[in-house]
Design a binder for this molecule. Structure first.
Ligand SMILES: Nc1ncnc2c1ncn2[C@@H]1O[C@H](COP(=O)(O)OP(=O)(O)OP(=O)(O)O)[C@@H](O)[C@H]1O
Ligand SMILES: O=c1[nH]c(=O)c2[nH+]cn([C@@H]3O[C@H](COP(=O)(O)O)[C@@H](O)[C@H]3O)c2[nH]1
Ligand SMILES: NC(=O)CC[C@H](N)C(=O)O
Ligand SMILES: [Mg+2]
Length: 529
């Protein structure tokens, strides 16, 4: 067990860390992922990071790819102090072009753009970066290229279109590669990244989830101290539950979890979450039944953005009221707030590309509690979703909860299109429960990233038992995705859809028809509102 007094408060001070400077490539976060896969810790920061403002020293630096051209007027450039760190540097695509630009400016538009597979020819087998890397497929995505060898560098590998496919300045330990080793289409990319991180940078390979749990618990104990208390909003979703479990391990009952029943949760959700979190995981949890308040405020509202804002604001009011009721035994005020922030959220907020257009306002309780003046604890902020799941399994969070599909904060309110009433929520809830039950029975739950039923505000004619019916329509949605930014609809067997449709129409009062949504994201979004 790690003792709190030995542990610095930043993770990058505990583990040897490779710094990834992000120039905006769509693959940047994968560099971090790959390194962690062989137990080297890596952290990504924007390319504009001032090196003098880093309060830790990386073991090595990777400059990522990016959409800009290094020779363009508005192109982003790395802080030249990076060379003063005296650690190995690897430039990938734009990153290599940046190194070449700094060392001689020999970068220009190529006569041929190159997107997709290319064959790597390793010309210099002695280069430490290419140890164990054969002439194999690599993945390219560039329009610019090097037209001259930068001062002090040698050619290490070529490809048909890139005479400077890999270059090295062995004395300075600076390397550049035109292809993307971080994508799985580069067959031996992981070997190359490992050569860089482990052999060249000599980073320790001690990053593991078990180590992470120990250091994280010790870090929290040190941060919070022996008496302070912490609150957190917990939904029963993976992120907040895993966060709560870590807090429980770190400070026991000095962590107060608050679950809000907003009246638009799924079937039996409140009871199940309560049981799992309290009886199963021993978490100190308060359940607040605020369903009348939420449904009252949603009365007559049909606009999706208005619904989201009302729910977001009401969550805050309820949460603040509950937080004020907690009187810590120490007599001190509550000082900290737990948030289930994940690494993708962090990446989004540190991106130097500027804010993208708001498609819909995602509600996040913690993120909105700005004026509460509480200090944040974010134990998951270094992790990706599948790492959080792994962590949950190690912490003994039940398998079903760890693998639960994500459920949005505004809940069924954005799955009941049009006005949200108790009756409408009941129809959506029952249909959703049947759909999910059948998915689980068919063994498809884990293959699908998210599935649900939405209730449409249209009526349609049907016939049941020789009687004319005139009732609403349920739309089923099931998607496959890795990051929820893009998604495709899931292909069910016809017999499966037939069974679900028949059960819903027969068992749920108020439904006359069932449809299956076959739109990808984009152009649609996952949720209907
Ligand atoms: N009903 C709720 N009661 C209390 N807090 C909630 C509730 N719904 C959402 N939250 C808070 O909002 C945060 C964001 O919700 P979000 O759905 O993104 O995450 P999650 O529920 O923890 O995990 P998942 O993405 O797997 O559903 C949660 O982590 C939790 O802090
Ligand atoms: O916590 C959340 N609060 C929200 O307001 C919210 N809106 C959408 N989602 C979830 O985000 C993912 C992408 O959904 P969209 O394509 O509909 O934006 C999907 O997983 C959605 O379920 C939300 N999650
Ligand atoms: N993927 C990249 O980093 C591309 C770099 C640069 N924008 C080019 O087109 O060559
Ligand atoms: Mg959730």
């Amino acid at each position: 067990m790690v003792s709190p007094s030995d542990v610095p408060v930043e993770v990058s001070k505990v583990f040897d860390t490779i710094l990834v400077l992000d120039f905006g490539s769509q693959y940047s976060h994968l560099i971090t992922r790959r390194l962690r896969e062989f137990n080297v810790y890596a952290e990504m920061l924007p390319c504009t990071q001032k090196i003098s403002e880093l309060n830790w020293k990386p073991k090595g630096v990777i400059l990522s790819g990016g959409p800009y051209s290094v020779y363009a007027e508005d192109a982003p450039h790395v802080d030249h102090d990076v060379f003063k760190l005296d650690v190995p540097i690897l430039g990938i695509c734009y990153g290599m072009q940046e190194l070449a630009w700094i060392n001689g400016k020999g970068v220009a538009r190529g006569d041929k753009r190159e997107y997709g597979p290319a064959t790597l020819n390793v010309e210099d087998q002695s280069c430490s970066l290419f140890k164990g890397v054969d002439n194999s497929q690599v993945w390219m995505s560039h329009g610019d290229k090097l037209h001259a060898l930068p001062t002090g560098f040698k050619i290490v590998a070529t490809s048909e279109n890139s005479p400077y496919c890999a270059i090295a300045h062995e004395k300075e330990n600076i390397f550049g590669i035109q292809f993307h080793p971080e994508v799985t289409h580069s067959a031996q990319g992981k070997i190359l990244l490992k050569n860089f991180a482990v052999d060249i940078c000599q980073a320790n390979t001690n990053w593991s989830m078990e180590n992470f749990i120990d250091t994280e618990i010790a870090r929290i104990q040190k941060l919070v101290g022996p008496t302070a208390e912490v609150i957190g909003a917990v939904s029963g979703g993976v992120d907040s539950t895993v966060g709560a479990k870590i807090m429980k391990e770190a400070i026991g009952d000095r962590f107060h979890a608050i679950y809000v029943d907003n009246g638009v949760m799924r079937k039996n959700e409140t009871e199940t979450v309560y049981k799992t979190l309290t009886e199963g995981l021993g978490i100190n949890l308060t359940v607040v039944d605020a369903s009348d308040l939420f449904l009252g405020r949603l009365k007559g509202v049909t606009d999706p953005e208005k619904k989201r804002k009302i729910i977001g604001n009401t969550f805050i009011h309820v949460f603040e009221d509950e937080a004020a009721k907690i009187k810590p035994a120490s007599g001190q005020e509550i000082e900290y707030l737990l948030q289930g922030t994940l690494y993708p959220d962090v990446i989004e907020s540190i991106s130097f590309k500027g804010p993208s257009q708001t498609i819909k306002t995602h509600h996040n309780v913690g993120g909105l509690l700005e004026n509460m003046k509480l200090k944040l604890i974010e134990p998951l902020r270094e992790l990706f979703k599948d790492e959080v799941r792994h962590l949950g399994e190690l912490l003994g969070v039940p398998h079903d909860l760890v693998w639960r599909h994500p459920f949005p904060g505004p809940g069924l309110a954005i799955r009941v299109l049009g006005e949200v009433t108790k009756e409408q929520v009941k129809i959506a809830r029952e249909a959703d429960a049947i759909f999910i039950e059948e998915i689980k029975k068919a063994g498809l739950y884990k293959q699908i990233s998210q599935a649900f039923a939405a209730l449409l505000p249209v009526k349609s004619v049907g016939v049941m038992g020789d009687q004319r019916t005139y009732e609403q329509v349920i739309a089923l949605r099931a998607i496959e995705t890795t990051d929820f930014m893009t998604a495709d609809w899931f292909i069910f067997e016809a017999a499966f859809l037939k069974k679900v449709a028949s059960r819903i129409v027969n068992e749920v009062d108020g439904v006359a028809r069932v449809t299956y949504d076959i739109t990808s994201k984009p152009p649609a979004t996952v949720e209907w509102e």
